[in-house]
Write a protein that binds this ligand. Sequence first.
Ligand code: IVH
Length: 679
Amino acid sequence: MKKKEAEKRIVQLAAELERHNHNYYVLNAPEITDFQYDLLMMELQQLEKMFPELLRKDSPTQKVGSDILPYNEIAGSLPRQFEQYPHRYPMLSLSNTYSLDELSSFNERVEKGSASPYTFSCELKFDGTAICLTYKNGRLMRALTRGDGSVGDDVTRNVLQIPSVPETLKDGSGYPDEFEIRGEIYMPYKAFDKLNRQREIEEEQPFANPRNAAAGSLKLLDPKLVKGRGLECTLYHLIVEEPVAATHIEALQKASSWGLPVSGLVKECINLDEVNEYINRWDSERKNLPYATDGIVVKVNQLALQASLGYTAKSPRWATAYKFKPEEALTKLVSIDYQVGRTGAVTPVANLEPVQLSGTKVKRASLHNADQMQLLDIHIGDYVYVEKGGEIIPKITRVEPSRRGFDIVEAVFPSHCPVCGAPLVRDEDEARHFCPNQDNCPPQIKGKFIHFIGRKAMGINAGEATVEQLYSKGYIRELSDLYKLTPELLLTLDKWKEKSVSNFIESLSKSREVPFERVLFALGIRHIGETTAKSIAMRFGDIWSISMATREELLEIDDVGAKLADSILSYFSNPLHMRIIKELEEYGLQMKVDSGKKTVQSDILKGMTIVISGNFSIPRDEMKFLVEANGGKAGSSISGNTAYMVAGEKCGPAKLEKALKLGVQIIDETQFFEMINKI
Ligand code: IVH
């Protein structure tokens, strides 16, 4: 390749890799597989090796991707949500290889730098998100994400919600006064499946794989929500000032004896043959693990040798990762089903000639959406490659053109709902098609009930199977029908006895006490999540005021964007919905905010950004609602634009310092309440 061409390609690759880094680390929504990413990176490395004069300091080959949000891209343009701290030692990445040959080059490089015999520590490469924990005098002082490698986000409060991470170490176990230990936060498959099922119900985009789910969960702003996510932690790199061991494996054993979570699957290998054996064993056995792994990490075990080998700008010279290639299989596409989900989203699902893949027989695979089908240029009768996306849901990655026969048939995405026949719609910014017939399309009606009875909604003691039965018997069509169910009717359900009937009736009756913000969420208005329901409820106070709100009024609420505002307007403009709400109110459901909680509504704080920090006599969230309900904006970090900082008990010292430095007025809870005339 000529230098001119290489130059052009390098610019292209760098831009592409930057974009994928951003998708992966910041948005937690990668568009390509790790393998495809590594191929691009390898191509760039190769070109830079051929033309060293073209190597730029800021090339993606020279730095680690950053997980820091310059501003909250997902929520809009709010300021950063986590305090940031520098890493004492940079948090680097690992060089990686897909071939055993390259592993022997790694061994040769180590051998060159070593004067005495050495061994390897072989361990699983956990597919999660990196974390750096600092313990001081036996207590977890800080947990930082990798960030950009030099500065990370402080997620201590979230990490403390992970049961395997001890807040305090075992007494008398001999830990150093202060040390760092790094590892991975990951989400086991079971928790991942549960989370995605829930997200589907709540009309939130499911996470693509457990890694993204773990990274996204760790960056949740409310630690209470992190608790329910089922995250786990494994630690694999101890950093101490004074050595506690001669080898890495002994150091891990020490960490484990202090009470820290360390993988039990680490193995010392005395030569490359043993390393290969470990790799081959886990390449197949990993499929039985309850969590995702994407390779094997091979580390020099002797810490003195690690120290003398040192680091490149991006990774240690004493370790490398052998990455597993995602397994793929070739099979024939027999037909495509178009499934209508609970939210009305239409998903094309491929029916395949059964084929063996990663230990299971695959018969169906997702085609995601119409764009993806077009991109693949897929035809019925084609031979296609299937891969386990995120190791769980198989997906079709490409068509094998050489096997295309004459009997193929064009795959046409339907224009109408395959269940109810309504013409499908597709919003400008949505990749998916939707059936708009929310109130009459059977899967959507059932979906509405499943959402309504959910734990975070009305908390009614029933599940999908009950909804299915009630629907198929024709007992429920509109949400208010639930409250019309009589014991006689319920006794006609399959396997229902008096006890189950009375439990159900009791739980229906209890649901009348569910606070209004949850009722609003339960109605299943598209795009209303739990938090937005709360903000809207607090702002307007009751359902009738919300139903009369204008677009402008709705948009004034911080977390309400155009899409949600339009969805609310469209929901309340439907007379059927108004009738159902009226009926639900008549059945005793809460349709207004509990007067104790109801916020004083005013414009007193209009144009002011107020930062709430610390603990108060009411939950911090409610303090924020009060700011918003009085026309202000609840900011999360102090800046020159902050009008006031309301400081509670144990408020953030960094915030306090910054507020003092910038001359931001600091007030306490009482002064704040006086300001909004709450007392
Ligand atoms: S050691 C100096 N060991 O994989 C880097 N990393 O792709 C030391 N990872 O950045 C890292 N399992 O986030 C190490 N057993 C393991 C690992 C592991 C997963 C992650 C880690 C690393 C990334 C590189």
